[in-house]
Design a protein around this ligand. Sequence first.
Ligand code: GDP
Length: 444
Amino acid sequence: MLDGIRDAVRKFLGGSSSYDVAVEEFIKDLQKALISSDVQVKLVFSLTNKIKERLKNETPPSSIGRREWFIKVVYDELSALFGGDKEPDLNPKSLPWVIMLVGVQGTGKTTTAGKLAFFYKKRGYKVALVGADVYRPAALEQLQQIGKQINVPVYGEPGNHGAVGIAMRGVERFLKDKYELIIVDTAGRHGYGEEAKLLDEMRDIFEKIKPNEVVLVIDAAIGQKAFDLAKKFHEASNVGSIIITKMDGTAKGGGALSAVSATGAPIKFIGVGEKIDELEVFNPRRFVARILGMGDVEAIIEKIKAVEDYEGIQKKMEEVMSGKSKLTLRDMYKQIMAMRKMGPLSKILQLIPGMNMMGDIPEDQVKVGERKMQRWISIMNSMTYEELDNPSIIDKQRMRRIAMGSGTEVEEVRELVEHFNMVQKTLRTLRRRRKDVEKLLGQM
Ligand code: GDP
């Protein structure tokens, strides 16, 4: 199970064997955990090969330990399997949009239909539900109750067992009434041995109502069976996206990975509870961090991110010093965010080649207290990009607006702008002095 990965991460980070041996061991553990979660062997090997490849070709930043960096690589590559940094596309591409939910009984399909309806209703869509799960006696009633709770109409035909007809009539009705988003709940597996029949019915509904999107709902704890199951549903109805339910009850995720690899469809949401609003937009990185062991991994990711930000700032300062680029408030914003982890601007300035030779960097001028920094972050959050990139346009009127938006005083906004002007002036002076030093060095 994927739980094994968390133990492997811990063992790897805390282990006493040499780095190379530990890497080999970890990769074996990772492969074992993924394969026993029924992730395809081919997928597992392509993942671990990619990890090894990166280990060979890349070097960690100097201030990051090799082991930590390795975990970051694993985290990156696993995240990529789940969609990486791509935000799931949540808005319907056209209207009206018909969604058909498929999945095994008991996974939380009906509950999820309600959650989705609620989610999109809040986003301003005119939403309706169709109850075509005719085999579970209480399914329609359950859907109607949810509908009432969130004020969304539900189409159903109590007593009628013709799921295909119900789905068609429901969709037709709501299309006629100009509903924008129509969510169709279908039957899950109803007794063993009837699976083939169920899948035929699924295909039938799919062909008749021609949904814009088929959503496969699967239970996070399903593990082993997920791949075949997802594949079967995919063959019957062309799965377009996936929702994993019951993520609150388990830290497993192997099934999710298998479902993704069986269908090629992205995960869009995860269910994290029984309540109507307990639906989260899927975030690959958070999901993988959970699989790897939140505590251990998050700290590493943060640290590496801070180093990368820091290096980014260093580069930017270099450009500013050589006159290639101008310092903006946006840079200062980034700098403040990084500096809270890495130390003050004066320290950053010292990193600039040639700068440390000049000694007296006016530290007191660039040092800012933590509380003030918090206020400044709020202020900068209330500024437009235009203002951040070109602070000279911030006049009295803008200051008032920014203060209001950030819950601060106009005086504080002014202070921030003045601080920025001062930093710029300091930089100009330093730039001149560096030129002088360089000239001097050149003469020598
Ligand atoms: P269906 O047969 O697929 O329609 O499943 P239901 O919607 O009736 O859900 C089956 C059970 O799972 C119910 O008790 C739901 O409350 C519960 N459930 C659904 N989604 C979640 C979830 O994300 N987290 C938890 N903890 N329970 C869920």
